[in-house]
Design a protein around this ligand. Structure first.
Ligand code: SAM
Length: 435
């Protein structure tokens, strides 16, 4: 989400002010920090980053320093108290207003703050996506991120998102489809749909009715030129049977599902206010695997939620053994100000939590290695994203189940689909050869 927002910031400044991205902060006229506040560390980091660029104002008195994203939403004008040299503060829903904020800053000499949630107007004011404008974090020339909804209305007790990004708001169906049609004209073959809970999508359809995520996926799949669709991230409560059925009938949907579960203990799931039980989560996975037997499942885990006992943690380990995950984003619980869980007693020592996290991550790493080994000898359809990070002479392609495979091939293949036989697994990296 943040990478996408950063790309949009870059697009807006390019389209409205003709600004180009530069390599070194010393050469910049505007320095923006697009921030995340999901965990405490991420939020604190912005203040140390700000401290580092502050001195550049001495060299360039016209330098503008801005803070956007969720830390900006959370702290608002308080950022100016701690870092008075900051010129503009804007939230995830007001990044399109940046040119006006910059202008107001220049005209008045006063710092500007706008962290409101003006519904979904952002998308009406963003420039059309331009794959040729290489400032943004391009996944690959063949792939594009497309944001379909923003915010979250689930109010999990540990999470700041509803307070920093606002409640769930979906873009109208026609807007999403037009954006993708535009991208296809620029050579895009795969879209990665983005949102805090994409499967909570409820967009206005062509006849004014509300359409769901399954309908959106079918509409995208029907667009000529789109060969593959991925999405992130989703919520178990929104995993409808209509969506699950698509894994049986819609081959353009990739064989990878990222479905956050957070914990394998019903007691902790209830305290987190997740709105589902472990059994319900397992039932979703069972049905998805019935529809698409070779699908890879990844998840998010929070270890050390207040009150998590050894028994609760063992329940999480049991769930991991039962599901067999192919990766996870797993972190220690981080207390976020203003969230209900911040009020809960938390007696578990940090070392105990850290040891639990290590055990969980080791187990998932074993499972990840198992999934990779099972791919040995198989032929995978993969979209070539670019050259390999480790060896620029090699190409890197993404398989349907979201694995990167490196192989020898011509750079002309970048942005195209290829068939690769998996020949080797080195730790988690797959190597292959063109078929
Ligand atoms: N669809 C997702 C879900 O089902 O919750 C929402 C994505 S959430 C914004 C991203 C992830 O950040 C969560 O799944 C959770 O694991 C992690 N996260 C959120 N708040 C956290 C906290 N206070 N401490 C640690 N991790 C947190």
């Amino acid at each position: 989400m943040n990478e996408y927002d950063s790309a949009k910031l870059s697009d807006v400044l390019y389209a409205r002010e003709g600004m180009m991205q530069v390599e070194n902060p010393e050469d910049a006229d505007v320095i923006l920090f697009n921030t995340c506040s999901i965990r405490e560390k991420a939020a604190e980091k912005v203040y140390s980053d700000l401290g580092r660029v502050r001195a550049l104002k001495i060299i360039n008195p016209k330098l503008i320093i801005g803070v956007g994203g969720c830390v900006a939403s959370q702290e608002g004008a308080d950022i100016l108290k701690r870092a008075p040299y900051v010129d503009v503060v804007f939230g995830p829903q007001t990044l399109h207003r940046l040119p006006q904020l910059l202008q107001a800053r220049r005209e008045t000499g006063l710092s500007q703050v706008d962290t409101s949630f003006p519904d979904i107007e952002k998308f009406d004011h963003l420039p059309a996506p331009d794959q040729n404008h290489l400032e943004g974090p391009q996944l690959s020339p063949g792939t594009a991120y497309v944001s379909i909804m923003e915010g979250c209305s689930k109010y999990c007790t540990f999470c700041v998102v509803p307070y920093t990004r606002g409640e769930e708001v979906s873009r109208p169906l026609a807007d999403v489809l037009h954006e993708i049609e535009d991208l296809v004209k620029q050579g895009v073959k795969e879209v990665a749909l983005l949102g805090q809970n994409v499967n909570a999508y409820r967009g206005i359809g062509d006849d004014g009715d509300t359409v769901d995520f399954a309908y959106l996926l079918q509409s995208i799949a029907a667009l000529e030129g789109i060969e593959r669709m991925r999405y992130t991230t989703s919520h178990p409560r929104e995993m409808s049977q209509r969506l699950i059925d698509l894994y049986a009938t819609q081959p353009k949907l990739v064989s990878h599902l990222h479905l956050p579960v957070q914990s394998g203990s019903d007691r902790i799931l209830a305290a987190m206010k997740r709105g589902h039980t472990v059994l319900e989560y397992k039932s979703i996975i069972r049905r998805v695997r019935m529809a698409r037997p070779d699908i890879c499942i990844t998840s998010d885990f929070i270890v050390g939620f207040p009150g998590e006992t050894e028994q609760d943690f063992e329940a999480t380990m049991k769930l991991i053994d039962e599901v067999n995950f192919d990766n996870s984003f797993s972190y220690l619980y981080s207390q976020r100000p203003g969230t209900p869980a911040a009020e809960l007693r938390d007696d578990t020592p940090h070392e105990v939590k850290a040891a639990r996290l290590k055990r969980l991550q080791d187990r998932i790493e074993e499972q990840e290695a198992g999934v990779a080994s099972a791919m040995l000898g198989t032929i995978q359809r993969a979209l070539v994203e670019g050259t390999s990070k480790k060896d620029r002479k090699e190409l890197a392609a993404r398989t349907d189940n979201n694995r990167i495979v490196n192989f020898s091939g011509a750079v002309e293949m970048i942005g195209r689909f290829v068939e690769v036989r998996i020949t080797e697994v080195v730790r988690h990296t797959l190597r292959g050869e063109l078929v």
